[in-house]
Write a protein that binds this ligand. Structure first.
Ligand SMILES: Cc1ncc(COP(=O)(O)O)c(C=O)c1O
Length: 467
């Protein structure tokens, strides 16, 4: 056992565990001794009354181990991840990694972040028992079935989980002395979160966005501009906007901070995003314990690049009795080729600086993805999720556009909650999942964002026309 001190107060006790990452052949990629925080609401409240939320760094390396996250030094998750960038960028990424590590170890940064997550973002977000949704499924099986809970990330400031990471990384940008933040957004939720965080911290902000996403998520584009950020239109899709943001960053490395909202890219980007999103799972563990005295049996999240899924999953990776289920966008159906199911149908390749599963043709050229949800439309996926798939720890499945639309409507009608179309993919899988689960089992679905931004898309598909 060891104790973690924050601003001179003991806030949590930790148990030492040995963390081993293995690839599919069972080869050990790295053995780490880590300190796993065992945090309860009571330990936080008693020792630091002003901090009543669950955020603490997920793991802290003891002794001389350099990196407080279970990745190899080069950011590898098994054979995935890495830092496949031009040599000129390696130094910048190394510097970013150093600042990230320093921030994680800086108790003042951690305390400032915890307060900002509480007072600015509105954490903790509720773990909501969706009683009528649970009843809907139970009514098809003689009143038996699982209890469904929603992790309400849609209630975060600016309406999605994206704020957790945008805020923390903007704070790091400021510590690094950068004056300007550059990013790319698909659904506009990450752009909105970054624009808000930059306004709060007095940083310039430039958001790259694909023309077609600007059209379908136009309400977010207006809001991003209202918050003082500049929006740059890019031809193509989100992947092209992401490439442009990288290019812009490289143009002035001293001034610009590249703030990735996706769990993709070269190391340390995926590790940073996962770390700052891990608050979702940490809160869920505490809330589950309080609500039913145990853990969830299944946690479910949609997978665009993996940031909300990893945010929920990471806390439970070592709990083998908790099933982790990621839902990819099946678009118009896998057979149509118009989808974004990189883990389900992709091949391993290198994209945006990392080895991961990727939609690519026989020549290795990236295939344009499709989803009705702008935030799901990416041809790759975070390397850590690729590792979780290959190691068999997480399961991945697919919900198509139509299924997501139905799930969107169902949650509106049964619970009075308008989910984002991204989150609707996670909800859609309940149709197939619920009949396979025991009566009384506990399912947590990450409601990663709110869906007012998608109302126009939904109305255009004529979903509510009959009324
Ligand atoms: C609300 C919401 N949920 C989910 C996603 C999917 O991204 P990720 O897989 O990184 O969580 C997005 C992406 O923009 C989003 O806006």
């Amino acid at each position: 056992m060891a104790w973690c001190k924050l601003q001179g107060a003991i806030v949590s006790c930790h148990s030492r565990t040995r963390h081993e990452l293995t690839d599919e052949k069972g080869a050990s990629s790295r053995l780490l001794e880590v300190v796993q925080p065992v945090v309860t609401r009571e330990t936080i409240k008693i020792m630091l009354p002003e901090l009543t939320i669950a955020y603490v760094p997920s793991t802290q390396i003891v002794e001389s181990k350099p990196l407080p996250i279970p990745t190899s030094d080069s950011g590898k998750f098994g054979r995935f991840g890495g830092k496949f960038v031009p040599e000129t960028l390696v130094a910048c990424l190394n510097q970013l990694e150093l600042h990230f590590e320093n921030a994680l170890r800086d108790q003042l940064f951690q305390a400032e972040l915890a307060v900002a997550l509480r007072d600015y973002v509105g954490r903790e977000t509720p773990l909501y028992h969706a009683e009528r949704l649970s009843e809907y499924y139970k009514s098809m099986n003689n009143g038996k079935g699982p209890d469904i809970y929603l992790k309400r990330e849609d209630l975060s400031h600016t309406g999605s989980h994206k704020m957790n990471n945008a805020l923390a990384q903007s704070m790091i940008a400021k510590r690094m002395g950068c004056k300007s933040v550059v990013t790319a957004t698909g659904s506009g939720q990450h752009g909105l979160a970054t624009a808000a965080a930059c306004a709060k911290l007095g940083l310039d902000c430039t958001v790259f966005m694909a023309a077609k996403d600007m059209q379908r998520q136009s309400s977010n584009v207006r809001l991003i501009k209202l918050l003082g950020a500049q929006v740059e239109k890019v031809e193509g899709g989100f992947k092209d906007a992401a490439s442009e943001a990288f290019r812009y960053w490289v143009g002035d490395l001293e001034r610009n901070y590249h703030l990735t909202g996706s769990a993709v890219g070269p190391h340390p980007c995926p590790a940073m995003v996962r770390e700052f999103q891990s608050v979702i799972g940490k809160e869920t563990r505490i809330q589950a314990l309080e609500k039913w005295g145990g853990k969830p049996d299944v946690v479910v999240a949609c997978v665009g690049t993996g940031s909300n899924a990893l945010g929920l999953f990471h806390e439970f990776i070592d709990d083998r009795d908790v099933r982790l289920i990621g839902v990819e966008a099946g678009g118009m159906g896998l057979e149509s080729g118009a989808h974004s199911s990189s883990l389900t149908t992709g091949e391993v390749g290198v994209y945006h600086g990392a080895i991961t599963y990727l939609l690519q043709d026989q020549d290795g050229q990236v295939i344009q993805p499709h989803s009705i949800a702008a935030g799901m439309e990416y041809p790759g996926v975070g390397p850590e999720l690729s590792f979780l798939k290959e190691s068999g720890r997480a399961e991945f499945c697919v919900a198509n556009d139509q299924e997501a639309l139905h799930a969107y409507e169902r949650l509106c009608k049964l619970e009075g909650i308008v989910p984002s179309l991204e989150a609707a993919h996670a909800l859609a899988i309940l149709d197939k999942l619920v009949p396979t689960l025991h009566n009384g089992s506990k399912v947590v679905v990450n409601c990663s964002g709110r869906g007012d931004k998608d109302a126009a898309t939904v109305f255009n598909r004529g979903l509510f026309d009959e009324e």
